[in-house]
Design a protein around this ligand. Structure first.
Ligand code: 5GP
Ligand code: ZN
Length: 141
């Protein structure tokens, strides 16, 4: 399976960097974003390292989207934000900062006027952990 030793998400997958895990299956992994735009901001990645949507095999994208739907439903049912964007960036110009393809499950608030480059601000770890527990409990088959 493709793997990049320099990649921060590959390091999370191998357990070298901790993460608030939400879900995993044979092909995909979901965890909390540590710089959340809002409560419940989660990331979904394939276990194989691929850089962006251009490089990722279609069958990998298929499993990635299925898990993204599963996590989006769990965030909706547990956190109940005003809305959720599914976001995926390709290249520096699109504000991609981690070059292991990922979908953001991005909760939104009415009137938050969020920008696509929302800026990374560390969230409170204890709070993120509590939210992860809540979302995990809402994941269904
Ligand atoms: P991008 O800008 O590439 O679309 O998004 C990368 C995301 O990864 C950012 O929202 C950032 O907060 C998140 N991120 C970067 N490093 C880490 C990390 O070590 N752990 C977690 N959980 N998220 C990270
Ligand atoms: Zn990687």
């Amino acid at each position: 399976m493709s793997h990049d030793p320099e990649c921060i998400f590959c390091k999370i997958l191998e357990g070298a960097i901790p993460a608030f895990k939400l879900y995993e299956d044979d092909d995909t992994f979901a965890f909390m974003d540590i710089n959340p735009l809002h409560d419940g901001h989660a990331l979904v990645i394939p276990k194989e390292h691929h850089t962006n949507i251009f490089e990722t095999p279609t069958e990998v994208l298929t499993t990635l989207m299925a898990t993204t739907q599963r996590i989006a439903k769990a965030v909706q049912n547990s956190i109940a934000p005003d809305g959720i964007n599914i976001l995926q960036a390709n290249g520096h110009g699109a504000a991609q900062s981690v070059f292991h393809i990922h979908f953001h499950v991005l909760p939104r608030k009415n009137g938050d006027d969020a920008k696509l480059n929302w800026g990374l601000r560390p969230g409170d770890k204890d709070h993120i952990e509590q939210l992860a527990d809540k979302i995990r409990a809402a994941i269904s088959d």
